[in-house]
Write a new protein. Structure first.
Length: 293
């Protein structure tokens, strides 16, 4: 069993990005600029955005954080997005999800200029991705493919089961895994809450990508020997032995599943670091004008 070290790969990629940025600056071009909008004080979102700001520093990017309280109006948020859309110095920006219930997430996503949508959530980027055109690929699916590529894990002709059908991970990673490229070219099955004979389907899989947000869902009796397991889940579960009172748990029963696998991602330290790293790659592409000019 080989442990897939997402942190190590992410650090390598950030170094590559930093070198590319210094080359841009040496050529007289401006540093890529990533902006982030954060609404409220959700603990997970606060941590995630702080990691993004730190990653910008490591990559040599300029970064801007715009904060609003939970009671910000949708209109005010849309005004901030419009301002960033028109700001020529900002190459890409994100609106950290989730948002308060009184704000339509879909309306916010669609208001972002798709040419600055480095999260890859805008329908234009999603549509382009689905037919294999150049675009900003959403960060977590892009990070998963990067891990498969860097560990030289074969995917062509393999049976891949994706657990979960979210717009952020499940659907896009399924589309990417079935496309005619490497990694990709797999035979993909997407499973969800209405799937029958789930364990039987999983036992046929060469690759399982678990993106359910259900701690320990994938058990040893669902995994065939030699399978590759990509665990996207990061759920906070109570743990009295930790100072914080909780620990992060993946969607896979790691202790019992890992011995069966050829490769497996840990939680934390697997897919998580790659998500932020992929956002940095999209920001570099935006700064270079490599996708939309």
């Amino acid at each position: 069993m080989t442990l897939i070290d997402g942190k190590k790969i992410a650090d390598e990629i950030k170094q590559e990005i930093a070198a590319a940025v210094e080359s841009m600056v040496a050529e007289g071009r401006k540093r890529p600029h990533l902006a982030a909008i954060l609404v409220g004080h959700d603990g997970g979102s606060e941590t995630y955005v702080a990691h993004k700001v730190r990653a910008c520093e490591q990559c040599g990017f300029k970064s801007t954080l715009i904060r609003f309280e939970d009671d910000v109006t949708e209109e005010k948020l849309l005004e901030a997005i419009d301002s960033l859309n028109r700001d020529d110095d900002v190459d890409g920006f994100i609106v950290q999800l989730p948002l308060p219930r009184h704000i339509s997430e879909q309306k916010i996503i669609e208001a972002i200029d798709y040419r600055k949508d480095v999260d890859g959530f805008h329908p234009i980027n999603v549509g382009r991705m689905s037919i294999g055109l150049p675009c900003y690929v959403s960060a977590t699916p892009a990070g998963i493919l990067e891990l498969l590529a860097r560990y030289d894990i074969p995917t062509k002709g393999k049976r891949c089961v994706v657990l979960g059908r979210s717009n952020i991970v499940g659907k896009p990673v399924a589309m990417l895994m079935m496309q005619k490229h490497n990694p990709g070219d797999a035979t993909v099955t997407v499973c969800h809450s209405a799937t029958k004979d789930l364990k039987d389907i999983c036992r046929e899989a060469d690759i399982i990508i678990a993106a359910l947000g259900s701690p320990g869902f994938v058990t040893a009796d669902m995994v065939k020997p030699g399978a590759v397991i990509i665990d996207v889940g990061t759920t906070r579960v109570p743990d009295a032995t930790r100072k914080s009172g909780f620990r992060l748990s993946g969607d896979v029963d790691f202790e019992n599943v890992a011995p069966l696998c050829s490769y497996i991602t840990p939680v934390p330290g697997g897919v998580g670091p790659m998500t932020i790293c992929s956002l940095m790659k999209n920001t570099l592409l935006a700064g270079q004008g490599a996708i939309y000019g």
